[in-house]
Design a protein around this ligand. Structure first.
Ligand code: GLY
Length: 568
């Protein structure tokens, strides 16, 4: 029906805020375009939202308060991915080093079923999991923000939602990039929401136009006044269900009322003495990131250097093996026994790398998901912040594709996700990101679809070191992995680590994709001679990250988007 995947890389967003109590307030520069802020910092996908987060920090809000304000602001100013109709994950580290993660991933509606995206012959119906009312999972973002705020918030909820209401009611000026994105999406909005005019502008959008969202302002007012009930019950819930009924969608009032965000135990790993605090399933991101780090730890990456042939070869071979495991063993842990301990056993990952040869690429056809002895497959499946006290938050959230399903809730002014495509519609058939899966990530009622979102916090010597995350579908994991290596192994500052060209391998398809200009001709030739298929591509991911340096906080805002770092 529609070719939707070309814009997927901006479908998710990440943002970071850092606030720490220091006496000095001026920014210093390191000479490498990486200013140091002594007090606090916000890095996110949109300057209006970043400023709102910073204001919350300046008036005494904590990291979670700032996250709530930024989340709702991005739902207004960054409709590609900022959302109230989607979901996400939060990784939290308190000032004293206690850790927690919050899962507010969307869930399959109760009426969902395994073969819902297959035709009578058992074939996947193109785009049904992407551009229909059935493509949406039950949204989790409002519940996630409410839950995070209930547990950790300091300022009043209403105070945190209000700035987004102002932005929606009074409008904001669209950037050149945002105008171009909206104009790209206009034909889909028209086709999928016939007769309605949300996010459309006669003659198209141009830089500096004012985008006002009155319906969204009203929805946000209900959320401000009633908390999660303002979204999951009452007028907004009625509108969501009416929207579903108008298009044969499945989300019901019960699905909405029953939706709960879930606190989960963080995954904790180690890389050369750095402690990695990561998101557990239903994200595959944390498991895969820790497997990747284990797979390369014993090698002298620092000596080989950034994007050298040896570095790329090793990293690609690790990625190939880890993504093969992802396809079989990762899913919603409430539905499927995910063998996390085995996958994170260093001996297991060392064994997985044992058949890697420097002489030639290992064909993906020769790599299957690892054989986990004694394992029985039971059928059961990124913004970041540190506040004045030193609490840290990393959140990744998404609508999946750019602007989600591109279907909006009539009268409520927000877009619905198409996260159902993150399930495996049919074993072995790739989804929008080319990812394959099977039983672990099959569709079941109320199950959470597997994600690649990788919000991550890194500690060094017991202290906060880095907060990092990115959008990018299947490339999220490898982008976070390479950003961490860029700092720890290749001595790049935070901005350089974010700017650096990235490459990616995900087992299938068996190819290395690399951002144009990321590899010199000699390296390319060496790798080609060893059998690597190398495919150039456009920008990959939008990493927004903060590094703790001895003199203060250094942000990396991704130049691939409108991403912005605000500090004081
Ligand atoms: N929707 C992309 C992900 O969660 O991985």
């Amino acid at each position: 029906m529609f070719k939707l995947s070309s814009k997927y890389l901006i479908a998710t967003f990440a943002f970071l805020v850092v606030l720490v109590t220091y006496k000095h307030t001026q920014a210093q520069t390191t000479g490498s375009e990486a200013p140091i802020y002594k007090n606090g910092m916000v890095v996110c996908a949109n300057p209006d939202a970043a400023k709102i987060g910073l204001e919350v920090l300046k008036k005494g809000g904590n990291a979670v308060d700032a996250a709530v304000a930024v989340q709702f602001a991005l739902a207004v100013t960054f409709p590609e991915a900022g959302n109230i109709g989607g979901g996400g994950f939060m990784v939290f580290r308190s000032k004293s080093g206690k850790t927690a993660t919050l899962d507010f991933r969307e869930k399959a509606p109760a009426k969902a079923f395994q073969d819902m995206f297959l035709d009578a012959a058992g074939n996947v119906i193109p785009d049904k999991s992407l551009a229909t009312h059935q493509a949406s999972g039950v949204p989790g973002s409002v519940a996630g923000m409410f839950e995070a705020h209930s547990k950790y918030g300091k300022l009043k909820w209403a105070e945190l939602v209000q700035p987004a209401i102002e932005l929606a009611k009074n409008g904001f000026r669209v950037s050149k990039r945002a105008a171009s994105e909206l104009n790209w999406a206009a034909k889909y909005f028209k086709q999928l929401n016939p007769g309605k005019s949300y996010l459309l502008k006669e003659g198209g959008w141009k830089e500096g136009d004012l985008l006002v969202q009155e319906d969204l302002a009203k929805t946000l007012e209900l959320i401000r006044d009633k908390g999660r009930a303002g979204f999951y019950e009452g007028a907004v819930a009625d509108k969501i269900v009416a929207e579903m009924q108008s298009g044969n969608g499945f989300i019901s009032k019960e699905d909405l009322k029953n939706y709960q965000a879930v606190w989960r135990n963080p995954l904790i790993g180690n890389y050369k003495g750095y402690k990695i605090i990561a998101m557990p399933p239903p994200s595959s991101g944390g498991v895969a990131l820790l497997q990747l780090l284990q797979s390369v730890e014993k090698y002298p990456l620092h000596r080989w250097g950034f994007n050298s042939d040896s570095t790329i070869q090793l990293v690609v071979e690790a990625e190939r093996r880890v993504y093969a495991d992802r396809s079989k063993y990762l899913g919603d842990p409430d539905f499927f026994k995910v063998p996390v301990d085995t996958l994170l056993n260093p001996a297991y990952n060392a064994a997985r790398m044992s058949n890697f040869s420097w002489a030639a690429a290992t064909p993906s056809a020769n790599i299957a998901p690892g054989n986990l002895p004694g394992y029985e497959s039971d059928q059961t499946t990124h913004y970041s912040i540190v506040d004045a006290e030193g609490n840290a938050v990393a959140i990744t959230t998404t609508l999946n594709d750019s602007y989600g399903s591109k279907i909006f809730v009539n009268g409520a002014g927000f877009l619905l996700n198409n996260e159902m495509d993150d399930f495996s519609s049919k074993p072995g058939v790739p989804n929008m990101f080319g990812l394959v899966g099977g039983k672990a990530n099959s569709i079941q009622p109320n199950k959470r679809m597997l994600s690649s979102m990788t919000p991550t916090i890194v500690e060094k010597d017991g202290k906060l070191f880095m907060v990092v995350g990115t959008p990018g579908g299947s490339t999220i994991i490898t982008s976070v992995f390479q950003t961490i290596l860029n700092v720890i192994e290749f001595d790049q500052n935070m901005q350089q680590a974010v700017d650096s060209k990235r490459f990616h391998h995900q087992w299938l398809p068996d190819e290395v994709t690399i951002e144009r200009g990321g590899m010199d001709a000699e390296t390319r030739n060496k790798l080609k001679q060893k059998g690597y298929k190398i495919v150039d591509r456009g920008p990959s991911g939008r990493v927004d990250a903060i590094l703790v340096t001895p003199t203060g906080y250094q942000g990396g805002a991704d130049p691939r988007g409108d991403d912005d770092k605000e500090g004081y």
